[in-house]
Design a protein around this ligand. Structure first.
Ligand SMILES: [Zn+2]
Length: 54
């Protein structure tokens, strides 16, 4: 997942802002990480470059 997409991604559940914790990255690509929604406390994984937003 490109880092530039971070600006347009929000929580699919409550549309709140997401906080990102990057575990593995490659230049402008996020390989592994986790989104955390400060509003509804949900967590979303990024696995093999794909954010699992559900
Ligand atoms: Zn949320």
């Amino acid at each position: 997942m490109k880092k530039e997409y971070l600006n347009i991604i929000c929580c699919p559940y409550c549309h709140g802002d997401l906080e990102l914790e990057i575990r593995e990255e490659d230049d402008d690509e996020i390989i592994e990480g986790e989104f955390f929604c400060k509003k509804c406390q949900k967590k979303y994984e990024i696995k093999e470059g794909i954010p699992i937003l559900m």
